[in-house]
Design a protein around this ligand. Structure first.
Ligand SMILES: *[C@@H]1O[C@H](CO)[C@@H](O)[C@H](O)[C@H]1NC(C)=O
Ligand SMILES: *[C@@H]1O[C@H](CO)[C@@H](O)[C@H](O)[C@H]1NC(C)=O
Ligand SMILES: *[C@@H]1O[C@H](CO)[C@@H](O)[C@H](O)[C@H]1NC(C)=O
Ligand SMILES: *[C@@H]1O[C@H](CO)[C@@H](O)[C@H](O)[C@H]1NC(C)=O
Length: 435
């Protein structure tokens, strides 16, 4: 009897799990159906990086996660990026909520806290075993959740020419260490990549430096599995050409790894009209790119928000929320998420060589720093103590906080819709319950 009910509980949890995604050449694919996945997402860091103190993070309070995942479900997203996380907090309920909502997570392993990020300035001073241990703890904390899509080993560390001379080998080194840790300790090969600043001088050199491969070392673990850029070039009523999206398609055609926008959504002029959405999910773009994440869910001082959060837990939906929801709603997601990935040939990565790098100030040093003292030991033996994450069965999925439309009316009957197994990866679930 006990065994039976335990099994039942287990299957109840697992039945609702999304199917993990994996990298197939330059695309994300569903691990089971092998159809392509287009990321339709938002960036989620209430309070911004400055608000992160390590005592809580965006995945540590289940009531807040339930509220926000439900609102995001209404908006129509299938992926959420979170920038700053404390791996030692319990994330089981929040990750289970996002999983039930049919949403994948892209997680940065770094935070603004000392010993938890590589610095742009003198990067060698921030690369030591306590830092490595933090990044590996992130792997331990999240590797067992099926909806973890990818890890970012860095965000915009190369943001101008100065750091471009010294930082690139460190990003590859951190990527290598993370991939070695994942290979040794995770049952699933979770992709690791970099989120780049769209600074035209450094962007393509960064891309080529990180995607290239050493022909003598085909299993080179320092190669990025994915590449992302934070792109704000489509502003207002732009066009494919005026925004430079034609250049994005041209530049990333032939990429050996999946490429997507880890941030987009230029906010001048405001309010936003989000006419880049049909372009991002149009045939020309999707033939090369894998979607993107809108910056950002919460309204902060920089004025990119879709919703306004209040300290008492209530939320007001902002004008941009409805505009973005309506743009998403016009897309044909069933078709978008069911394209067969197989294109016959997987583009080969370019060979790592100084000739690949265009700007003279950008690093051409492909000899990476060796793991700092102690790091290899943690890769071999595992983080201690290990944070462990697992999906849990969820209770009541009704949102308890007050959620208001922008006109001041209260949204009633808001509850997360737990999706059946595998649902999120092929269709998007848009609910028109908000006015
Ligand atoms: C390594 O990470 C674990 C999990 O976050 C933590 O408990 C431990 O104190 C860390 N060890 C070192 C040496 O930083
Ligand atoms: C494409 O690459 C070229 C050459 O590196 C660069 O000049 C241009 O700015 C890039 N365009 C975009 C949109 O990234
Ligand atoms: C929460 O705070 C906001 C802003 O101060 C206020 O407008 C709203 O009425 C409060 N809601 C509740 C349920 O107390
Ligand atoms: C390249 O980087 C490695 C590792 O950081 C360093 O030991 C080496 O001196 C660098 N080579 C050059 C030519 O700067």
């Amino acid at each position: 009897m006990f065994v039976q009910s335990a099994l039942l509980a287990l299957s109840a949890t697992l039945a609702a799990a999304v199917t993990p995604l994996e990298v197939d050449g330059n695309f994300f694919v569903n691990a089971v159906t092998k159809t392509r996945f287009q990321m339709v997402g938002v960036d989620y860091q209430p309070g911004g990086s400055a608000g992160f103190d390590g005592h809580s993070d965006p995945l540590s309070d289940p009531e807040i996660c339930l509220r926000d995942a439900t609102i995001m479900q209404v908006l129509g997203v299938n992926t959420v990026r979170i920038y700053n996380i404390n791996p030692d907090l319990n994330h089981d309920e929040c990750v289970s909520i996002f999983n039930a909502a049919g949403m994948y997570l892209v997680l940065d392993v770094n935070t603004p806290v000392v010993a938890q990020h590589i610095t742009s300035d003198e990067p060698w001073k921030s690369y030591y075993s306590q830092y490595s241990n933090h990044t590996f703890a992130m792997v331990e904390a999240f590797k067992d959740y099926p909806n973890v899509l990818a890890f970012f080993s860095g965000n915009e560390i190369i943001d101008q020419m100065g750091p471009a001379g010294t930082v690139p080998p460190y990003i590859r080194a951190v990527t290598r260490d993370l991939k070695n840790y994942i290979a040794k300790h995770s049952s699933r090969q979770i992709p690791v990549g970099y989120s780049a600043a769209d600074v035209r001088d450094v962007l393509m050199d960064t891309f080529n430096y990180l995607q290239c491969s050493d022909p003598e070392d085909p299993g080179d673990m320092s190669r990025s599995d994915i590449f992302a850029l934070n792109s704000y070039s489509w502003c207002g009523a732009a066009t494919f050409t005026s925004s430079g999206y034609d250049g994005v398609v041209k530049n990333f055609t032939g990429s050996s790894v999946p490429v997507f926008f880890s941030e987009y959504g230029c906010n001048t002029p405001s309010p936003r009209i989000f006419t880049e959405v049909p372009a991002i999910y149009g045939a020309e773009f999707t033939s090369v790119m894998s979607g993107g994440l809108v910056y950002q869910y919460t309204q902060e001082e920089n004025n990119y928000g879709l919703v306004q959060l209040y300290d008492n837990g209530s939320v007001t939906l902002l004008g941009d929320f409805y505009t973005l929801r309506d743009q998403y709603a016009k897309l044909d997601f069933t078709t978008l998420q069911s394209v067969k990935a197989s294109t016959g040939t997987t583009p080969k990565p370019p060979v790592c060589d100084s000739k690949l790098i265009v700007h003279s100030e950008f690093s051409t040093n492909f000899t990476l720093p060796v793991p700092p003292p102690g790091t290899q030991d943690i890769i071999d033996n595992g983080v201690s103590p290990k944070p462990v994450g697992k999906l849990v069965t969820l209770g009541d999925l009704t949102v308890k906080q007050t959620v208001k439309n922008s006109d001041g009316t209260t949204v009633t009957g808001l509850a997360l819709k737990a999706l059946a197994a595998d649902q999120s990866n092929r269709k998007l679930h848009v609910y028109f319950i908000l006015t």
